[in-house]
Design a binder for this molecule. Structure first.
Ligand SMILES: Cc1ncc(COP(=O)(O)O)c(C=O)c1O
Length: 450
């Protein structure tokens, strides 16, 4: 019998997160204060983040020990399995080997609890009692609600309105774990009211929901803001994925040529890719590919500039690939990939040529998801489908060139709460939405001149 799953023992789970900032050939670009445009200080960030996380945001320590309290919660679902996709390989008749790291085994069904748990832990440890956050697909909001419940923190979620309507069961999950959830834009914050004044029927975006959550946290002493992607400390926590994968690929006796992850804010991609980038900096020859939707082509068509992380301009200015903070992505089903910006660390890695980016239409992505679901059995999240599709494309390309590649991708979550997307695809109603240059130009006009 062929081996399908590579499972680590709990006692062999990595005990450290990997901080890529220790090894990047060029130092990370400074983050700027939105008012003064000068580099932010830890004090500037303290109204919305606990000091433990601010320290992780800027540290150059290579390995950060994972606290025992976090390991105890991680052990509810970690180590996560690594699969060899024998059935998918057969279905697409490839000579390449395909592996995937499956993060859908977590309680919320994605990689998001990997950072929700430590964020809740450090906020509790530093004396805070409430967290606000945004959520796109609902994966992050449910993950933080799960983690907040575990450490006794109240969690309030601003959920992008289109996802709130498309994914009612995500709302129930947030509430089941004790969180509160509202469709964003709301009339509860100044940022939300400003958007509604311009467009009462706004479908919302991650950029708007972030403004609402940041505004509420900044105004309340007992409340902090928690972000599910983009920031350095979030990517740091996600490296548990890649650290496990390196050990599991060794168990399989293989080493990937190509490493793939879908890219919204950058956290699941970086979680798998950054530990492999450490090896690449040391001389290994890996191709690392971040995959995004053509409807929100931040890495493939965006500009590498300083921009705000949110619509209202409340966040610090970050040097990143951006479509402009006013850019409103079409309402595609991969809600977690509808973000105008990107992580500054993945952006810099792309700019400096250490990683690549690709974009695809949701129709072709769902076509590959169907092949995956009918071969491997797992029903993936719409976001993860982008990684699956890129893996299939790369395997087919290798076949055409008469080569065999070893491909590893991150299956960032399951799609059990995203079945409306599958219904839409199966009934032929799913529309593609590649954007004309004129739409992108409108978004670019909102990038501030620094
Ligand atoms: C399943 C899943 N994958 C990927 C993403 C994209 O986020 P990131 O790029 O931070 O991994 C999300 C975001 O909500 C998600 O829910």
């Amino acid at each position: 019998m062929k081996t399908t799953k590579y499972l680590l023992n709990e006692k062999d789970m990595p005990r450290n997160w990997y901080n890529i900032m220790a090894d990047m050939p060029n130092p990370p670009e400074a983050v700027l204060h939105p008012g003064t445009k000068k580099p932010v200080t830890p004090e500037d960030l303290s109204p919305i983040f606990p000091m433990s996380l601010i320290e992780q945001e800027v540290t150059s320590q290579r390995f950060i020990p994972i606290p025992d309290e976090v390991m105890d919660v991680y052990s509810l679902w970690r180590p996560a399995p690594l699969y060899r996709a024998h059935q998918l390989e057969k279905a697409i008749k490839t000579n390449s080997k395909i592996y995937y790291k499956y993060e859908g085994v977590s309680p919320a069904g994605s990689h998001k609890p990997n950072t929700a748990v430590p964020q809740a832990y450090y906020n509790k440890k530093d004396g805070f009692t409430k967290l606000t956050t945004e959520t796109g697909a609902g994966q992050w909001g449910s993950a933080l609600s799960f983690a907040g419940n575990y450490f006794g923190l109240h969690v309030k979620v601003y959920m992008v309105k289109i996802s709130y309507e498309q994914k009612p069961y995500r709302r129930s999950m947030i509430e089941t774990w004790g969180g509160e959830v509202y469709p964003s834009p709301t009339d509860k914050t100044e940022s939300g009211r400003a958007v509604l004044a311009k467009d009462p029927n706004s479908i919302g975006s991650l950029g708007i929901a972030i403004s609402e959550a940041v505004e509420e946290a900044a105004q309340n002493k007992d409340t902090n803001y928690s972000l599910g992607s983009v920031l350095n400390h979030v990517l740091l926590h996600q490296t548990i994925i890649g650290e496990e994968a390196i050990l599991q690929m060794k168990m399989a006796g293989d080493d990937p040529d190509i490493i793939i992850g879908c890219h919204g804010g950058g956290s699941n991609f970086a979680g798998l890719a950054f530990p492999y980038l450490r090896e690449k900096f040391a001389g290994k020859n890996y191709r690392l590919i971040a995959v995004e939707p053509k409807a929100c082509p931040t890495l493939t068509r965006g500009k590498y500039e300083y921009d705000f992380g949110d619509v209202a301009g409340l966040t610090p200015l970050i040097k990143m690939y951006t479509l402009g903070h006013d850019f409103m992505p079409p309402g595609i089903h991969a809600g977690g990939l509808r973000y105008h910006g990107a992580s500054p660390l993945t952006s810099q890695m792309l700019k400096e040529g250490y990683i690549e980016a690709q974009s695809y239409e949701q129709g072709e992505v769902f076509q590959s998801a169907l092949v995956f679901a009918r071969s491997e059995g797992i029903l993936p999240a719409p976001e993860s489908n982008h990684a699956i599709h890129a893996a299939v494309v790369e395997a087919r390309k290798a076949d055409q060139e008469g080569k065999s590649k070893t491909i590893l991708f991150n299956l960032s979550g399951h799609g059990h709460v995203d079945m409306a997307a599958y219904t839409s695809f199966l009934s032929g109603k799913m529309a593609d939405s590649a954007l004309p240059e004129s739409v992108l130009e409108e978004g670019f006009a909102s990038i501030p001149k620094i």
